[in-house]
Design a binder for this molecule. Structure first.
Ligand code: SF4
Length: 485
């Protein structure tokens, strides 16, 4: 089924029916759906598209009560092949979902995403109660596969090698009104030896700038105040057509969209990081001073074995330039420890880069082989060695992170209030959001002052710093700040 722009649905339709009870469903509803996402922000956003195509075909989002009562018509698992234990997590979830079918035999179960792209036939064999398997490039085909499975009474597999619909051509049901994800490209042209992404998502395909800007404007019209531009390598946007400055231009163009308060992006690749992007970040007031740039290793020998084409010196030079242009920049990273062949000397090189880079925080991963990748065939390090290095690096990073967080104490920050709630918001009477460089802040509303709504911007004084969050309990009588706009 070709899904064109005619299926682009407007915000009122995107939100209509969210949280409806069974009795309140629209009369023409084809049933209710539930989508579960494993993996990264890319997958989270794909799930918004999955929900969008189902909604456009007349399905409604299931309420939590319907899910708990197993009264769901379509269950979709959007899988990830990048994270550890991807296979076990996928089969574990599908196994539990079998009970939905036992309770309600006409429930349809679909599996999509990276694991579906990779393991399509195996999924149908191992879990014959699955009705549809669809690949990363086949989101638009899902309703057709479900219909065919229902009609033919047997599982349907739709996994294409070629991408038909760039993400903007599919409708979306967005999880948040105030913050939206916008894909600028899909796929990746690199060949990092530990990574499965290129084989499941294919080569990079970029959307046109007009198309992206149109979607950004649509999101703002629907209430978004922050947009995150998504891509495996956002800053190689345009490179396939020889336009090395396209990403910086895109940032500046997003900066001209009226009503958009914050623009962030994830993730840039160090090898493609050019000075014009730093200038665009520094000179566009709405681009957040936040940079998540994967280091992966501080050892040049390991970077070579990983087939990452930058070296540690170049990485550090980029950070120097970013901080020179934006002294308040919050820089975070991803690091893999225990890559095959990593010696203690290589590991010390990573520790050294982390000390010099002073990341605000880092996602540190113990290397674990992904079947089908070149690194999985290399001799592996003993688990105990990998774990020991992980703990040492984690301890170093945590001490640096704490210093960063404490530097916020007493400062005024501007917090964009999110749609969700912090874990303790109910008991502490706080609201939760992120400040301008992306740090999580729990804000206490001073007595007698109005409480902010999702999407509001609150200026407040930070009063406590935790390991991964800030608390602002401002006392205006003591000169501390609290204001909403
Ligand atoms: S740049 Fe490397 S790690 Fe990132 S998606 Fe591409 S192959 Fe994977």
């Amino acid at each position: 089924m070709a899904v064109g722009p005619d299926l682009r649905i407007q915000s009122w339709l995107m939100e209509a029916g969210k949280g409806m009870s069974v009795t309140a469903q629209r009369k023409d509803s084809r049933g209710v759906y539930y989508v579960r996402t494993l993996g990264c922000q890319m997958n989270e956003h794909d799930s918004e598209r999955i929900a969008g195509v189902l909604r456009a075909q007349g399905y409604q989002q299931a309420t939590p009560e319907q899910v708990r009562a197993r009264e769901v018509d379509v269950m979709v698992l959007n899988t990830c092949a990048v994270r550890d234990n991807a296979t076990q997590r996928m089969y574990g979830t599908i196994g539990r979902w079998h009970r939905f079918k036992q309770h309600k035999p006409d429930t349809r179960i679909a599996v999509g995403g990276c694991m579906a792209q990779k393991d399509r036939e195996r999924i149908v064999k191992a879990a014959p109660w699955v009705d549809a398997v669809f690949g990363t490039r086949d989101i638009g085909s899902l309703p057709g596969l479900l219909d065919k499975a229902r009609k033919d009474g047997r599982p349907q597999v739709g996994v294409s090698q070629e991408l038909r619909d760039l993400p903007g051509r599919l409708p979306a049901v967005r999880a948040s009104r105030s913050q939206a994800w916008v894909s600028i490209s899909v796929g990746c042209n690199n060949t990092c030896t530990f990574c499965i992404v290129p084989s499941v998502r294919g080569r990079e395909r970029d959307r046109s700038m007009d198309d992206i800007l149109q979607e950004v404007e649509d999101c703002v019209r629907s209430g978004a105040r922050q947009v995150t531009l998504l891509g495996q390598n956002v800053n190689s946007y345009g490179w396939s057509t020889g336009d090395r400055y396209a990403f910086a231009r895109l940032l500046r163009a997003c900066g001209r969209v009226p009503g958009l308060e914050r623009i962030r992006f994830t993730s840039p690749h160090p090898a493609a990081f050019t000075d014009d992007v730093i200038a665009a970040m520094a000179e566009t007031p709405t681009v957040m001073h936040q940079l998540h740039m994967p280091l992966q290793s501080g050892s040049d020998r390991i970077l070579r074995a990983m087939r990452r084409s930058y070296r540690s010196q170049r990485f550090l030079q980029i950070l120097d330039k970013v901080r020179a242009a934006m002294p308040d920049a919050l820089i975070t990273t991803d690091i893999i420890v225990g890559f095959p062949g990593e010696t203690e000397e290589d590991f010390q090189a990573t520790m050294d880069v982390v000390r010099r880079a002073r990341f605000s925080s880092a996602f540190i991963f113990e290397y674990s082989p992904r079947p089908g990748t070149p690194a999985a065939r290399m001799p592996q390090l003993p688990k105990a060695v990998v774990q020991d290095r992980f703990e040492r690096l984690q301890a170093l990073q945590e001490s640096i992170t704490l210093e960063h967080m404490q530097a916020f104490l007493g400062k005024e920050v501007e917090v964009l209030i999110g749609d969700g709630h912090g874990r303790h918001d109910g008991s502490t009477h706080r609201v939760t959001g992120h400040e301008r460089t992306g740090v999580l802040v729990h804000v206490g509303v001073p007595q007698g002052m109005p409480a902010p709504k999702p999407g509001d911007l609150v200026t407040c004084t930070v009063t406590q710093a935790g390991p991964h969050y800030l608390i602002a309990d401002p006392d205006p009588r003591a000169g501390q700040v609290y204001g909403i706009r």
